[in-house]
Unconditional design. Structure first.
Length: 276
């Protein structure tokens, strides 16, 4: 079985068995029909993935690898907030009249800041430090910028990355304030594992460990029956991640440069309604 499956299913079981329900309380999220979207949640789930051991994609349901990577590149490579520059429509409902999601996600990574070495945006500063000062304990990004929250159409969920080089391995911690477990947990795991892998490649390092810290890990009420179905599904071995060409510049990576070989999974079979 994929170790990602084991972690994912363990999280779901823990939340459903030991989680806290906000049923009956006022909540912001709602379903498309206007019904409040309640959750069962656990506080602070921490998952660790050894990227040397396997690529952490689940098999009990499909994770759309290409779409997940495309969104990551939209944020970290294009540093964009314009939904038309994304090849999927997952952000369409959050777009304003100007076609953007406001000063959120990629916008923040593209803002330049002054350092003693000059001006860098957050992505370029990470790459600079990994290449020039890899033993630094200050290599991190943060897109939860309080001064701009009022101009964001959605507050960032996955908001901070901390990078740490041990030997020749690049490790990273993703801090996430909120996680819709069924819809997006493995989506984010795949994305930020890919970020570690890509940065490792262009900075002369090896991918190490990816750690995912989730403050509020929740399952929505209408997702609980779907989650229960996953426990009886076949769990396949993890696929092999293949880079199909040599890339030395982070900004040259494309979705089609990567392939998941022998990715076997069980289709979800039912549409997953997304709370908004």
């Amino acid at each position: 079985m994929s170790k990602a499956d084991k972690i994912f299913l363990s999280n779901l079981h823990d939340i459903m068995k030991n989680g806290y329900s906000d049923e009956g309380m006022p909540v912001r999220p709602h379903w498309e029909d206007g019904t409040p979207a309640h959750t069962v949640k656990k506080f602070c789930i921490v998952n660790r993935y050894d990227l040397q051991e396997e690529f952490p994609v689940i098999t009990v349901r499909k994770t759309n690898f290409a779409a997940a990577l495309d969104e990551l590149l939209w944020i970290w490579q294009k540093k964009s907030n314009r939904v038309s520059e994304l090849n999927s429509h997952i952000w369409d409902s959050w777009a304003g009249e100007d076609g953007t999601i406001g000063k959120a996600y990629g916008y923040q990574l593209g803002v330049k800041h002054k350092y003693k070495e000059g001006y860098f945006d957050q992505v370029d500063r990470v790459i600079y430090d990994l290449k020039n000062n890899p033993q630094s304990r200050r290599i991190m990004t943060n897109i939860y910028v309080h001064a701009d929250l009022h101009e964001m159409n959605l507050y960032p969920c996955a908001y901070s990355m901390t990078f740490n080089v041990t030997g020749n391995k690049l490790n990273a911690i993703l801090n996430q304030r909120s996680q819709d477990m069924l819809t997006a947990n493995n989506w984010n795991v795949v994305q930020y594992s890919m970020l570690v892998i890509m940065l490792s490649k262009v900075c002369g390092l090896e991918p190490g460990e990816f750690v995912h810290v989730i403050a509020d890990a929740h399952i929505y009420d209408r997702h609980i029956p779907l989650c229960k179905e996953l426990f009886d599904r076949v769990q396949y071995p993890a696929p092999k991640l293949v880079l199909k060409r040599d890339v030395t510049d982070f900004y040259d990576f494309k979705v089609e440069d990567f392939e998941l070989q022998d990715y076997k999974y069980t289709p979800m079979g039912k549409k997953i309604e997304v709370a908004i």
